[in-house]
Design a protein around this ligand. Sequence first.
Ligand code: INI
Length: 176
Amino acid sequence: MKPSRALRPKSQFRFGIVVSQFNRSVTSRLLVSCLDRLARQGINRSAIEVVKVPGAFEIPVVARAMAETGRFDAIICLGAVIRGETPHFDYICAETSRGISQVALETGVPVIFGVLMTETALQAVERADPSKFDRGGAVAKAAVQMAKVMRRLGTMTPAEDGQPPSRWGNRPSSRH
Ligand code: INI
């Protein structure tokens, strides 16, 4: 029988990556660093599915489709929106951010935010650069951490956590 997501060992975590093609020189760098860090954290390439979308605005709908498959422990979103080249920068940023957080909250699958939103192209390049800000590596690390957190929450029992009932559990509250 296939183990449930909550019981899979770390080596069997599965990750989905949605990467936008707009400003591809930056997003491809984010993707390489992200894959590299996942590999260094012990995640097999076969456990990672990469889907390309045209721009940041299209990221949420694909992230949601991936989350709803139930096949992924976390979804990583990669993109680059640069103000200098985007008259509708504020609109794209707001809708992309809102959409990404909505997917996580509505599906319960962690969705990691790796969409750069910068004033200039140089700032975006520096954030993607593994020898500088390395945002691609950072979001990979966050995804693995969130996969572990969700697994722990999924398998925790009252005896193990020793904490009062919380909104995560289905135990009745002692306050009422
Ligand atoms: N998409 C980006 O990811 N980054 C940008 O900087 C950008 N600019 O400059 O406009 C951008 N636009 C495309 C947008 O995300 C959609 O793909 C497009 O509007 C089609 O829906």
